[in-house]
Each structure stands twice: as C-alpha cells, then as structure tokens.
Design a protein around this ligand. Sequence first.
Ligand code: PLP
Length: 584
Amino acid sequence: MRAILQSASRIATRTSSSGSGSGSRVGFGGSFVAQRASAAAPTLTNANAATATVVGVGSNPTATVVGIRFKSSLPLPEDDDIIAPHPSSSSTTTTTSTSATQHDSEPHLDNNTSDTIKDYTSNTSKAGTPSPWAVFDAWGAGDAIADPLSKEEEAVLSPEMVRIPTSEHDRSADNLPDESRILECYDRLLKRKSSVHFGYPYNLMYNHEELYEFMKYSINNLGDPFVPSNYGVHSRQFECAVIDFFADLWKMEKDSYWGYVTTCGTEGNLHGILLARECHPDGILYSSRETHYSVFKAARYYRMDAKAIPTLPMGEIDYDALASEIAKNRDRPVIINVNIGTTVKGAVDNLDRILRILKTLGIPRERFHIHCDGALFAMMMPFVDWAPEVSFQKPIDSIAVSGHKMLGCPMPCGIALTRKEHVKKVEQKIDYLNSVDTTIMGSRNGQAALYLWYSLRKKGIAGIKRDVVHCMETAQYLRDKITEAGLTCRLNDLSSTVVLERPMDDKFIKRWQLACEEDIAHVVVMPNVTKVKIDKFVEELVECKEKHGRWTPARNDSPLVKLQSSSWGGSYVAPSVGNFKESF
Ligand SMILES: *Cc1c(COP(=O)(O)O)cnc(C)c1O
C-alpha cells in the first residue's frame, strides 16, 4: 500500500511539472479578451492586478489587453499577432507591448496569501491528496470469505503465464496454460479479493446477470445524451432516465437541467470545473486540502488559479480560512468545490455555511459558481434522515457522483448534472456525429448507462434507502467494536467511512485492502461489509495489535493526531496513545 501511495504521488508530481501558473488557456471557442477588459477593469484593486495592461478600455479593448487571453483554442484571425505561445512554454506571452510582458511575468493574484494557504497560482505542483482509491476492485459479496489461491493457481496468473506470444513458436510452448484455465484462476482470485475488501467505497453487493446478454453489443452513446447521433446502437433512453432520476433526487426543475453518464466521478469533476471556468474565466477555484486529487487536476488542466484551503481536524474545509481568502480576492469571481464526503475521512463540507460566507461577503450570485464533488455521498445524503439538504434548490451549479461506489455498478462510471444554461457555453455542433459535443469524452460506455438504469430501477427509492441505512448503522457497529478493542477510531456524522489508527502489520492492511494515509487507515462500510465480516476483521485487528503494537504519531500534526482531536466529538479515542488534544 505504501508503495502504491508513493508511486501515486510520484505520478502526481511528474504530471504536474507542465503546469505554469498564468498564461494562455486552452478552452472552447470564443474570445474572452473584450469580456475581461470590461468586466475586470473597474475592480482591479490589488498590487499585481494594478500592473496589468488594462488601459484605454472602451476604445479598443482587444488591442490593450494583450497577453491575458483566457480562451485561446480558437483564435480570432485578427488576434494572430498576440496569441500566447504553446502552453508548455515557460514564457507565457508574445506581445505587442512591453507592459503586457510585464503583466504576464507575474502571477495576477494577491501577493499576500497567508502561510497556511497553498497558493497554486504560480506553483507547478498543483496536486491534492493522492487518492488511495481504485487499486482493488472485484466481486464476491455476502458473508462468506473465499479461500486464498493455491501456489499453482497463483502461478497461472503470473506475467510469464499470461503473456501474449509474439510468434507461433512461442504460442505453442507447452508450458503456456490455455485461456480458459487462466480465466478460471482469475475468477477465483477476484472472488477471494472481493470477499475481504474493506478499504474502498465500492458496493460489491449486486446482481446484474440479466444484463450479461447485452455485453455482446457495442453500445456507444457518443455525443450528447439528449441529441441522438446517427449511430443507432446506443442506450440513450436509459441514460436519459438515469439523468432524470438524479435531477429529481437533487430537486431540479423540469427542462432546467443537463447531465450525462460519465466514465467515473473524476470525469464529473473535470466537467463541473470546466463549466465553472467557462462561466468565470478569471475565477479562482477554492477547495479544501483534503479534496480528491481530481479537482486540483482539473485546475491544472485548465490553467486555473486554485487555492487549497486548510481543513478542520474532522476533514471539513476551514470556513474562516476560506472566508478570508475570498475576501482578499474580491476582484475575481469565486469558484468553490464543495466536498460532499471527502475521500479519506468522509467529511461533508457545510454547504449552507459556505453560502452564508458568500452572502456575508456580499458576493452576488453571478460572481460565484459552486461545484459539489459528491462521488460517494451525494448518492447517500438524500436518504439520510435529518441530513442537511444538498440540492439545486440552493445556488449550486453542478454535482458529480460515481456510479460504481454507492450504487454498485461493476464498471467504473458516474453521473454529472448541471444547469442547462451552463452547458451551452461548451456546446459545439459536430456534423460527423449529427449530435453536439458537450461531454469530456467522445465515445461513451453505453453498457454503463444500462447498468445504472437497471440498479436504480430494480432497487427503487426504498431499496437505495435500505442500502444507505445499512451502511450508516453498520459503520457505527464497526466504530464501536474497534473502540471496544482499545484502538482509536472516528466516524464522521453523515458518513459510513470509519477512520482508525493504522494497523502496524502491512500484511493485515493488504489482506483487507485498507486505504491508508500516513498513520491512519479507513474502512468504508458498503452494503457488502456485514457484521459477520466485521467481527472477523476486528478479531484479526486485535491480534495484530497484540503482536505488533500500535502506531505512534511521528509528528504533532499527523493525520493520527488529528484523529484524536477533541473537535471530532464523542469519546472514541483510546487513551493509551497519549493526549494530543492540546495541539489543537
Ligand atoms: C472516489 C472519489 C472521486 C473520484 O471518483 P472516481 O470515480 O474514482 O473517478 C472524487 N471525489 C471523491 C470525494 C471521491 O471519493
């Protein structure tokens, strides 16, 4: 697990090296030049902005605001001489005036960011918390724990045995198992792994046998879900039904929404943030430090200015820090990603409190844009009694959710939903499709839409609610068991993610496929995590503690120390580790 996380963060670092703070932005059509000149000029207040070249606005904005093009994918012919060079180039301007060069050599943000705020404006390492997700996935729900593979079966699945021969000679090598034997072993492996899977929020309790028949078709929903293309082998009617369901769940008026079935929660975030940037090309993205890495990835892809706001110990955004950052950058529109369940701690940012901050600061509706990352929990929250409402009745702009998490779709997928008027900003008519291009991907998985539809339709509201109640109650059972066992553990309100001190034995972590972050680990209770399995898990956890001892926090602000902070409430801290509450 360690190795996986490390390599994930290595990748994050490597891929981020191409990011440079300001400069030309690759986006959809249209020129933003004139717009920015008139919209931003009167409000430029801070030191850096004052050096910008917004002079003579009104007479000829295009000529005066050179070098601050926010959307440059479709340059206007007359702009040819002022187009910024390729984004990967370190210098960001080719200009017709020296003052423009001066502007672009500096990040156009406030220069008084406090030390606790990571300012990504000109920082090339734009990356959030590396996600521990998506390393293991399999099938095999219920109470039974499948046996591990034999040595012989493991060997059949070795790289040597599953290699694809490149010559007839190699193909006829007699040690090469046939495909059926390989698949048989693979099936056993997946059953085993699925039966002891605790760390990732994938609902493995499902039965889609009725849909196996449809795997033989090449179902592709390329183009917009609501505008049929010429390709007839699609599942649009099911996709639209899924979108309609979520629009209703999140309280959107008829005809006011647009959405689609995505490849995963990440694509939903990429889409939501893209629309945010198209609505507010000079906006700043604010999101908490514990945000899923896909959100800061979006900021990097789209060359947006982004700020990672510190978090409170339980994982929610630090509301005061958020307010003060917004206040400092009043001249720029506000784009906020609200976490409806963070990845590691399942913390739900308080949407109402964030809206109150915007109101208090006097930010008008047309100057802010809110995307909700609800990968796991946006699907659960509407079914939790007394949960605060997250819906389009409030001034939010988009929600993204994963389809393979709570809903239990066997292939990665998700749903993106937004207000209809926003998507018009990216829409392009494509003759070849006879549809419009509004999605991130081109070809889209038609099976996924069908699986989502099937799950929703079969379960119904009552069935989903039963699943959600199971998760919430069983998570409390797990928390209580771990606490009784004398280990530190926490469960956020509105969450089924049980966070605990990291077990010392890596074999135990691997066996139960726990997701870890430094000195903490978590279990996400999904419908396939049952009390019988929990008892077995806790029994082994206790053995592990007795044999290997307990983790001591390496530094006084490590995740484990935060886990022990009294601000989480409750009495779920095992006292023998020492009292670290003082440090908060
Ligand atoms: C899982 C997750 C995502 C990404 O979803 P994928 O479907 O894995 O791409 C985004 N945000 C949060 C909070 C998540 O938990």
